[in-house]
Design a protein around this ligand. Structure first.
Ligand code: SF4
Length: 174
């Protein structure tokens, strides 16, 4: 509230322009069911069992999301914007742990390192468009697009299962 008593609109910082939020080919569950993803650390105290059930539902929704990997990277990079909520199947405290792991792995300027890697990847892809590739180079570029490019088809149940297993393994290791 301001001194005049009028409510002030919440001011959010701008997201890092080097990492735009990934495009989803279909509406994401957090867009269609936003309340499912509401969560702040400490929420569990009122009804732990009900909260856990809701969290599991949100995590399952994220595991089937076509942009889960890029969504997680966006959330880790944009800390001021992601202090609450389930995002890419993670709670706020799990994201804090994952940020620490990124800093351990890549150094305190890990976001700049990721930005440099992304730029190099874009430059390689642009160069590949102008120069004929050898067969093995073309294979690497295809693999890179599969891993890092936007997904155009919904995930199969097997792919969803694999995503879930990777997320669970990553979170256990966090
Ligand atoms: S992965 Fe990200 S975009 Fe997809 S449903 Fe979860 S929070 Fe939403």
């Amino acid at each position: 509230m301001s001194r005049t008593g009028a409510a002030q609109p919440t001011q959010y910082p701008d997201p890092d322009p080097r990492f735009p939020f990934p495009h989803s080919p279909t509406p994401t569950r957090c867009q269609t069911e936003p309340t499912l993803f509401d969560f702040a650390n400490g929420d569990r105290t009122s009804d732990p069992a009900a909260t856990e059930m809701r969290l599991n539902k949100a995590r399952r929704a994220c595991s089937g999301c076509p942009i889960v990997k890029d969504c997680l990277r966006w959330a880790l990079i944009n800390k001021p914007l992601t202090k609450v909520g389930i995002i890419a199947a993670t709670t706020p405290s799990q994201r804090t742990t994952l940020r620490k792991r990124m800093a351990d792995r890549l150094g305190p300027d890990w976001i700049d390192v990721l930005a440099a890697q992304a730029k190099a990847r874009r430059e390689r892809a642009a160069a590949a468009r102008h120069n004929p590739l050898t067969i093995s180079q073309a294979r690497i570029v295809r693999l890179d697009r599969e891993i890092n490019g936007p997904m155009r088809r919904p995930l199969t149940p097997a792919q969803q299962q694999r995503n879930m297993a990777r997320l669970v393994a990553g979170l256990k290791a966090a």
